[in-house]
Design a protein around this ligand. Structure first.
Ligand code: ADP
Length: 853
């Protein structure tokens, strides 16, 4: 039997799968190749082999290329040499010349006649076996089956070999990869002892970057890791490693090391104990986290700073005297607010997540309508990005009071100009507004009261103004001389209730003896304040059922009654009411503030009443005085004319009868003095007489052709001795003749007054009087260089009884300039003064030369 070919080796690539893994499954089908001269011979063989259930290929022609069939799946080639041993040999030789077929066993089927020599010829072909006729199908199948089994085992061996090769390649690749990874890991990979000083038996190349020592320094024992650990951190590192080892769990550490150059670094280590029966080593990674740590510290610092700023903002918000509300943009979600906000609103802040939620707040319009969500200042800033400054808003608090808030709302932009949030600050200006309203009300009421002496009309007006400033309703009841009370005025925001109020006064007239109400207030002069008018109170107050019905109809909820009291007299009472369903207000009850205001108003109203009655009394007194002056001056004047005549006669008699008398001259001087005093007395009485005539509008003029220049000359001549007596020089200047149509005597009176004043207040200095004309007008100017008149007095001195000097130093009634002005104005002219204290005065009279009567 031919044996196995000595060079027989498994073909290298046999059974390799396309994926290169080389695995061959046991099910891989091994096939058989039948080669022979006659196809029918081969078919017979095929049938014999069929029970083996392996694919059989048949090649019967030389021309057929068997190369394609000689693949790795062939378990055996059967060469049918039964017809010709030589042909079979040749056929086998050719087959085996194919490189693929080199290792495929060949089974020759020879004829019975085949001798040993023939068999030996086949020995050179390698893996060759032989079966001779007569062929036993069983032997044939046994033999071929053996090859098939051999083929299967070879395939399995090859696959196992390839797997081993592959595993080795994978292991080599893994090792290479591990080295690459370890070399490139940003931290150091190590293996160390389980105790200090943590000597490293392995350190990756990153040791250098981490510590400044090359890996070999550690591995060759020149330095240990423990030496590098910061002394302050070393105990902690020791403890934590110990604990992890005890629990057989990994450990994670953060600590400081000192590098070879002494630099301090933060490292992060993750390690685990390697155990046999006990801990043998530590393995792990160590990373440099200095920069990360720095960033972390910076982040912590920034976080702390942020936290601090947040706390500071919170503290500021809480300390602010104003309420603050911060909303996110664009949602409107509430981000922040302070305690003052809730205190002002009178309820907790609402959990708003969007603008629509603002509708739940209680801002109202002056007519009581609720604000829509988008009407709030914050909503408008959210919508437009524009600040909404200094806005007043009414807020209907849950406690029933309506407060006035002053709101400022503005946008908060980020660095990119995006609206981030909206902040609104608001404060309660209710008291301020109320004080302002009260002040404005008082000021305007005072103006009204001062505007007229017809106090009934002004008080009725004041009552109208008191609504709504001081209540929903107001009434005024005045004390009449007969002791009854008269309802002078009623004001009400509601016309039906106004009617009820008037009806009430008619149905149940007020009396001074009433225990409460306007009568009692007028009687006692004390304010009556009922903060809350209850129905029980009305029931007690009502005189009968109709009265009660009317009282209830008024809807009064709070009342305040103040007296009109001035100079120990009470003139009546002002009553104020709040009623159900009235205007929205900060408070619907009267309190001390309203009481003070109402009492102030009552005093002012009383003063107006008092002033009006005083004025009436004064007018009566003035009338009496003027009547008296008129009568008295007339009576006083009557004896003056005969007295003057008598003095003239006496003056004429003296030279005739007593010329020789040594005292004649002295008598003449006395007489002259008496005549001067008589003239003065006459002027004073004339002045009084004129006053009463002016007061009665009876100053009549007797207008004739008159020469102003001439009149000035004459009057100046009369005053020359007087001026000389006080040391003043009297100059008459200007045009000697200025004719016009005037009352000559009245002109004399004007010039007399001005010249006598110039002499009296001229301080003995020169006096200049001049007359000039300007077409239709004539001008008289009297100038002195005397004491002058203060600016304050310059207007006043033309009034009745007005004087700018003290009575002790200068006598006079203060009537001269008043009469002068009255005369000048009666003649259609004007008079004015220019003066400086201590530098003299200039009086200028302008007169039309002829007047249209
Ligand atoms: P009487 O001189 O009687 O006081 P008048 O009506 O003539 O009253 O003058 C009013 C006041 O005007 C005087 O009291 C005086 O204070 C002031 N007055 C009038 N004329 C002069 C003047 N020429 N110089 C300074 N003061 C004058």
């Amino acid at each position: 039997m031919w044996g196995t070919h000595p060079e027989s080796q498994p073909p290298p690539a046999l059974g390799r799968k396309p994926d290169g893994t080389g695995e061959v499954s046991e099910e891989t089908a091994s096939s058989l190749l039948l080669v022979g001269e006659q196809l029918e011979d081969l078919t017979g063989l095929e049938e014999l082999l069929a029970p083996l259930r392996h694919p059989v290929h048949k090649v019967a022609s030389w021309s057929e290329a068997p190369g394609a069939l000689l693949d790795e799946s062939l378990a055996c080639i059967l060469v049918d040499a039964r017809r010709s041993w030589s042909v079979g040999l040749e056929l086998a030789r050719r087959l085996l010349s194919y490189p693929h077929a080199r290792y495929i066993p060949v089974l020759f089927l020879g004829a019975h006649s085949c001798g040993v020599a023939d068999l030996m010829r086949g020995d050179t072909l390698g893996t060759v076996d032989c079966l001779l006729e007569p062929l036993s199908p069983d032997i044939l199948r046994l033999k071929v089956g053996m090859y098939l089994e051999q083929h299967r085992r070879q395939a399995l061996m090859r696959a196992a070999l390839e797997r081993a090769e592959h595993a080795e390649a994978v292991a080599r690749e893994s090792e290479r990869m591990l080295h690459t990874l370890l070399g490139n890991v940003p931290g150091m990979v190590y293996r160390s002892t389980t105790r200090e000083p943590w000597s490293l038996s392995y350190a990756s190349q990153a040791a250098l970057a981490l510590s400044g020592y090359v890996a070999e320094d550690f591995m060759e024992g020149r330095v240990s890791w423990g030496e590098l650990i910061h002394p302050e951190d070393a105990p902690r590192v020791r403890e934590e490693v110990k604990r992890a080892l005890a629990m057989r769990s990994p450990f994670t550490l953060t600590y400081r090391i000192h590098t070879r150059t002494g630099e301090e670094r933060w490292v992060w280590e993750r390690g685990v104990g390697i155990f046999g029966s006990e801990a043998q080593a530590l393995e792990g990674f160590i990373f440099d986290i200095t920069s990360f740590r720095g960033a972390q510290q910076e982040r912590e610092r920034l976080h702390e700073q942020l936290e601090f700023q947040h706390q500071r903002l919170q503290a500021i918000l809480q300390q602010l005297p104003v309420a603050v509300h911060l909303a996110e943009a664009p949602s409107g979600r509430t981000l922040n607010f302070n305690a003052q906000a809730e205190a002002l609103l009178g309820h907790a802040m609402l959990p708003c997540t969007c603008v629509e939620d603002y509708a739940q707040y209680h801002a109202i319009h002056p007519d009581g309508r609720r604000y829509a969500a988008e009407e709030y200042p914050i909503s408008r800033v959210l919508a437009t990005g524009k600040p909404q400054p200094q806005e007043e808003l009414l807020y209907d608090r849950p406690d029933g009071s309506v407060r006035v808030f002053l709101i400022n709302a503005g946008p908060i932009w980020d660095a990119k100009g995006k609206l981030q949030a909206v902040v609104a600050s608001f404060m309660d200006i209710t008291a301020l507004k109320r004080a302002e309203t009260h002040q404005t009300f008082l000021a305007s009421v005072s103006e009204t009261l001062a505007s007229s002496l017809d106090y009934e009309a002004t008080l009725a007006h004041v009552v109208q103004r008191a609504v709504p400033a001081l209540g929903d309703g107001c009434t005024l009841d005045m004390l009449e001389p007969d002791g009854s009370l008269r309802r002078l005025a009623v004001a009400h925001g509601d016309s039906v209730r106004k009617e009820i109020s008037q009806e009430l006064a008619r149905h149940q007239p007020l009396r001074l003896e009433d225990p409460t109400g306007p009568g009692a207030v007028t009687r006692t002069g004390n304010t009556e304040l009922v903060a809350e008018v209850t129905d029980e109170l009305l029931v007690r107050y009502a005189k009968n059922s109709r009265h009660l019905e009317l009282l209830r109809g008024t809807g009064i909820t709070s009342s305040l009654i103040v007296p009109l009291h001035a100079r120990d007299r009470t003139f009546g009472a002002l009553s104020f009411f709040y009623c159900r369903g009235g205007q929205p207000r900060a408070s619907r009850r009267y309190g001390q503030e309203e009481q003070r205001l109402a009492e102030d108003l009552g005093r002012r109203a009383a003063l107006a009443v008092d002033n009006a009655s005083l004025y009436r009394e004064a007018q009566r007194a003035v009338q009496l005085r003027d009547d008296f002056l008129s009568v008295a001056s007339h009576e006083l004047k009557t004896p003056l004319t005969p007295l003057n005549l008598k003095l003239s006669a006496l003056s004429r008699e003296i030279p005739r009868c007593c010329d020789q008398e040594p005292r004649a001259q002295e008598l003449q001087r006395h007489l002259e003095m008496a005549r001067r005093q008589l003239r003065k007395l006459s002027m004073l009485i004339s002045a009084l007489f004129d006053i009463s005539r002016i007061a009665q509008g009876r100053l009549t003029l007797d207008v004739t052709e008159t020469d102003l220049g001439e009149v000035l000359g004459e009057v100046a001549a009369w005053f020359a001795p007087e001026a000389a007596r006080v040391g003043s020089k009297l100059w008459v200047e200007g045009e000697p003749h200025v004719p016009g149509r005037w009352d000559r005597l009245r002109l004399e009176q004007v010039i007399t007054n001005l010249l006598s004043n110039a002499i009296r207040y001229g301080a003995g200095r020169p006096i200049r009087a001049r007359v000039e004309s300007d077409g239709a007008r004539a001008r008289l100017v009297v100038r002195d260089e005397g004491i002058g008149i203060s600016p304050e007095a310059q207007d006043r001195i033309f009034g009745k009884f007005e004087r700018a000097v003290s009575d002790r130093h200068y006598g006079g009634l203060g009537l001269g300039l008043y009469i002068t002005r009255s005369i000048v104005e009666a003649m259609g002219g004007t008079i004015r003064v220019e003066s400086r204290l201590g530098q003299g005065s200039t009086f200028t009279v302008d007169l039309p030369r002829s007047r249209q009567e």
